[in-house]
Design a protein around this ligand. Structure first.
Ligand code: KG4
Ligand code: ZN
Length: 346
């Protein structure tokens, strides 16, 4: 990257869309100089999910500290930063507003360009961090809010081949965790339970007979919920590990299947993974096996880069800074939803 530039570029990335307050300094779009993450995760556990008001308050108290840490760890000052990138959506509105207001204030006070980053594009850009990933490639995007197969043609242009028609895969993991009595955050807990179980519970095949790249997780989720309710009503104990394993297998195998289909049909030879569910060990193992079998190169970012972080926002901010003229104004607002994460720059 940075083919166009002769000097090093330092981007500050600010992320506050959910329960992580994250600030990071990234050099030339790939090298993570610092990655400060302060999470309010434990405060949400008693409620079984993220409480927006608690998340917003936690961001306001954590964000100063996150910036201090990020600058110190990176060994830079705000004067060394070329641009400030911030997640403006999608996510929890109150939580996003903290990061957006903070980044706007920094940009104004320090006379730095402001770059509005779509959280989902950030998850895709995480593939560039600490790696030599170059477009074109296929991304398997699996987070709490999105599930998609994306064809990335160059650093700024991409096309969605398919996405979920209802729930996201991460959402399904979280819901299944809840019915199994696994505490928030559900995904890692389901993975852990699945390790002790077997894939023995029959679950419906997703979108039977469908040849698109789309996904649908609501049927699978409901099947698990009903299975659990029926057992509970009959006074039987839930085979938690077997349910977790059967669900995880069904949820992940279809992701691998459709990624392989994309590789075969596009002729692309590289795949990257992004989003929280990409931290799942079963999914990573299956993708590695598929990469061997179907001979594609797989880029699976370190697990900490799959879940929310500031470095991925800086990485996407870098792409906009270098390859586009898109700069956000001080009228930038947060947006809880963004209908088209591929086309929209602010
Ligand atoms: O990308 P992310 O951190 O936040 C969003 O943008 O949504 O993804 C969070 C999602 C949650 O649903 C969480 O349960 C899931 O990623 N997740 C996992 C694992 N780690 C996080 N799901 C399955 N296995 C994991 N190890
Ligand atoms: Zn995310």
């Amino acid at each position: 990257m940075a083919e166009k530039l002769t000097k090093d570029v330092y981007i500050l990335g600010v992320e506050s869309s959910c329960d992580e307050t994250a600030v990071s300094v990234v050099k030339n779009g790939r090298e993570i100089l610092s990655d400060a993450i302060l999470s309010s995760c434990t405060e949400h556990i008693p409620f079984g999910g993220v409480v927006p008001e608690i998340a917003s308050r936690a961001h306001t108290t954590a964000i100063d500290m996150a910036l201090d840490r990020a600058l110190k760890e990176a060994g830079v000052t705000l004067q060394d930063i070329d641009a400030i990138a911030v997640t403006y959506g999608a996510g929890l509105l109150g939580a996003l507003l903290v990061g957006v207001s903070y980044a706007k204030a920094l940009a104004y006070a320090e006379h730095k360009p402001l770059i509005a980053v779509n959280h989902i594009r950030g998850h895709i850009a995480a593939g560039y961090l600490n790696s030599d990933l170059k477009p074109p490639f296929i991304t398997l995007l699996t987070s709490g809010g999105h599930t998609a197969i994306v064809q990335v043609d160059d650093y700024t242009h991409m096309k969605v081949l398919g996405s979920t028609r209802d729930d996201a895969v991460g959402e399904a993991f979280d819901k299944v965790a809840r019915v199994l009595g696994i505490p928030y955050p559900g995904g890692p807990g389901v993975q852990k339970a699945a390790e002790a179980g077997q894939n023995v519970i029959p679950l419906p095949k997703m979108l039977k007979g469908d040849h698109s790249y789309d996904f649908s997780y609501s049927g699978l989720k409901t099947a698990v919920v009903n299975y659990c309710h029926n057992l509970t009503q009959a006074g039987k104990e839930l085979p938690v590990s077997d349910i977790a394993c059967s669900f995880q297998t069904a949820a992940c195998d279809v992701l691998v299947e459709k990624t392989v289909k994309a590789i075969k049909e596009t002729g692309y030879t590289t795949v990257s993974m992004g989003g929280g569910v990409a931290a799942n060990d079963y999914l990573r193992r299956k993708m590695q096996q598929a990469a061997k079998k179907y001979r594609f190169q797989l880029y699976a970012p370190e697990k900490r880069l799959c879940t929310d972080n500031g470095a991925m926002i800086a990485a996407e901010g870098y792409l906009q800074y270098v390859y586009t003229d898109h700069r956000a104004g001080l009228d930038l607002n947060a947006s809880a939803t963004i209908p088209d994460f591929i086309k929209e720059y602010v």
